[in-house]
Design a binder for this molecule. Structure first.
Ligand SMILES: [Zn+2]
Length: 206
């Protein structure tokens, strides 16, 4: 492992996470050959993992750069858990199945001290009852994502049927919940869409 590469990465990461966490994340990125992309705010997801594929010999993790340091770290651990599962099982297990849950918990235990105690409580509650079926976990989005952001942002799953909302500059009406997602209709085109409950939306006053 190239010492300078790790040091440089760790320094860059301190813009997003604590220096303690950076010192742990940077060697992992280098050792596992991960290309980390920090994106601007995305409304539909906060992070993702893509395994090596074809000519792309490295793992790819992307993460939204607008997350607070704890959420940023936790989303990284979520994606690193996908990587650990990929290394062991490839596509033979479910994306957020038992193997992933085990890896996620193990990673969290390595990083526990990087989180303040009150946040540890929230995370531990979440880990003891992991229902995440997508990379967008609405529990965490709600409790951690906006801790340091003043303005009120709503999640789609906080709206009631009939509420109008704006997302990506378009207006929708939430019709009803369907399994894990919500049936929504775009107001101008009358087209229907299924949207994750964890999508961040602006509710419109009627
Ligand atoms: Zn995931």
């Amino acid at each position: 492992m190239k010492r300078s590469e790790v040091g440089e990465l760790a320094e860059q990461l301190t813009s997003f996470i604590s220096s303690d966490a950076s010192e742990m994340v940077a060697p992992f990125l280098v050792k596992e050959n991960i290309k980390l992309t920090i994106t601007k705010k995305r409304k539909t997801k906060i992070g993702d993992y893509r395994p090596p594929h074809g000519k792309v010999a490295y793992h790819r993790v992307s993460i939204n750069g607008d997350l607070n340091p704890y959420m940023f770290l936790l989303v990284l651990l979520h994606e690193f858990a996908h990587l650990n599962v990929w290394n062991q099982y490839k596509r033979n297990v479910k994306p957020h199945g038992l193997e992933w849950k085990k890896e996620y918990k193990q990673l969290y235990h390595q990083y526990t001290s990087c989180f303040p105690e009150d946040i540890q409580l929230v995370i531990e509650k979440h880990l003891s009852n992991l229902k995440a079926t997508t990379c967008n976990d609405s529990f965490l989005t709600k409790h951690l994502m906006h801790m340091d952001i003043k303005d009120e942002i709503q999640l789609l799953n906080e709206l009631v049927p009939g509420d109008n909302f704006e997302a990506d500059g378009r207006m929708f009406q939430m019709i009803k919940k369907r399994r894990t997602r919500f049936l929504c209709q775009e107001i101008t085109s009358k087209k229907n869409y299924l949207v994750a409950g964890s999508a961040v939306v602006n509710r419109l006053n009627k």
